[in-house]
Design a protein around this ligand. Structure first.
Ligand code: UD1
Length: 422
């Protein structure tokens, strides 16, 4: 296992390129199960979660090969298994996304339920309810969802909450169902829209992705296609906060202003300059970080996946900020580590009150989940002296080469073997 060692205090400067979106690429990879023809997926980031998805698909019989560093060809000409085992689903919840496409293509699937997660309970009841509404017989046995359907049938489905994963799973099942499906209170995230674009390019008939109501006209079969995954708006936001927290001046190339409206608004409110340029967003900070009130919400609201990074920024500023997390019930684990770096944060239920301090101080800290780990790296960039971030495997699940990208902007950051790691 590695750790990341950061000597803080260098304002970042220069240009950096955003990678392809992990959260878009994962369901898009699972969608390859829906056709026997090859699909070519471009702009796929090199990440641990992508490798996990590849081995899951490989177990199911999908042949995968890299055509270049970021282009993947997947071909599910033969499905040889119907099972997503616990070992894979527990390491990556997105493995659960094979339920919909596997069922739609073959009429059966046996997928482990994901269980708990560091940031909250994260049930899959909405995935199951939606798939069941499409005419699937579902039994829960020995920790697995066992699903059978002779032919899925379109239905009217209402999601209690606009779950990203449930929307994607149901979408991948409904495209091959007989008749019409209406999915109401659907998630509107850009990753859902990207999946719908990919499915439509495969011959699906989906309308309304990006709105709360998605209409799907089932088709008999889908065919192969080529698709380029959207850039990672969460990585883009993380790099923007890196520029801001260090008082730097960075052009984040490939950052899409349209997908980052809430993030840009909050950064600007806190005194950060964000300027759209031809191929990205330029982020600069000259004055102090000012306090803001921030609430995580489904898209287009402020993303929960950038909450930890914003907390690091606001901890290193002036005045008192209030952050409310409304998506996950236990997503302040990073706050406890930020306290060890001299932050002044009080948590009560879903709310964190962050009183800015003039300077964070470097410390050994431990990553607890993906976004928490990036917030600790950001805090380390701004802190005095040295910060060591342990358990960086969380970071490697979802950020492509974050340490070398930050180094290219002048950060004093290195990855070394963590000899003390258990
Ligand atoms: C996806 C993202 C994750 C992001 C999250 C919210 C991927 C691979 N992951 O996760 O990075 O943080 O969206 O933007 O795309 N819920 C239920 N029942 C369900 C499903 C969800 O109650 O069946 C609840 C969850 O517990 C949570 C909320 O709905 O409180 C939103 O979760 P959801 O949108 O499903 O997140 P994921 O798809 O798991």
């Amino acid at each position: 296992m590695d750790k990341i060692v950061i000597k803080g205090g260098v304002p970042l400067a220069g240009e950096v390129m955003v990678s392809g979106s992990k959260n878009a690429a994962l369901p898009i990879m699972m969608a390859s199960l829906l056709t026997s023809e090859p699909v070519v997926i471009r702009n796929v980031p090199q990440l641990r979660d992508i490798a996990t998805a590849l081995s899951l698909l490989h177990n199911l019989g999908v042949e995968g090969r890299w055509l270049d560093d970021h282009t993947l060809e997947l071909c599910a000409s033969r499905i040889i298994s119907h099972q997503a085992p616990y070992e894979l689903v527990k390491t990556m919840r997105a493995s659960f996304f094979v339920l919909g496409p596997l069922l739609a293509r073959t009429g059966r699937a046996r997928v482990s339920t994901p269980g708990g997660c560091a940031i909250g309970a994260r049930p899959v009841n909405l995935h199951i309810r939606g798939i069941r509404a499409l005419g699937t017989r579902i039994q829960m046995r020995h920790g697995y969802v066992e699903a059978h359907a002779d032919r899925l049938t379109g239905a009217r489905i209402w999601l209690d909450t606009p779950s990203v994963g449930a929307t994607e799973n149901i979408l991948m099942a409904a495209v091959l169902a007989r008749g019409h499906t209406t999915l109401e209170n659907a998630a509107r995230e850009p990753e859902v829209q990207d999946l719908a674009r990919m499915l439509n390019a495969m011959g699906a008939k989906i309308r309304g992705a990006g709105s709360h109501v998605i209409e799907i006209e089932g088709v008999e079969r889908l065919h192969g296609t080529e698709h380029t995954v959207i850039n990672d708006r969460i990585e883009a936001g993380t790099l923007m906060v890196a520029a801001a927290i260090t008082g730097g001046d960075v052009l984040v190339r490939g950052a899409c202003a349209d997908q980052l409206k809430a993030t840009i608004a909050k950064l600007q409110e806190s005194g950060i300059e964000v300027t759209p340029e031809a191929d990205g967003l330029r982020v600069r900070r000259k004055g102090p970080v000012r306090p803001v009130e921030l609430r995580t919400l489904p898209y287009p609201g402020f993303p929960t996946d950038l909450q930890a990074q914003m907390m690091a920024l606001l901890a290193h500023g002036e005045g008192t900020s209030v952050i409310t997390e409304t998506i996950f019930e236990n997503r302040f684990m990073h706050a406890l580590e930020l306290l060890r770096m001299g932050a002044d944060i009080v948590m009560k239920g879903p709310t964190a009150v962050v009183r800015g301090v003039p300077r964070l101080s470097g410390a050994p800290v431990m990553a607890t989940d993906l976004r928490a780990s990036s917030s600790l790296v950001l805090a380390g960039l701004a802190a005095e002296n040295t910060t060591e971030v342990h358990r960086v495997y969380h970071l490697d699940r979802g950020y492509e080469a974050l340490d070398s990208k930050l180094r290219s902007l002048g950060a004093r950051i290195e990855r070394v073997p963590d000899r003390g790691a258990s």
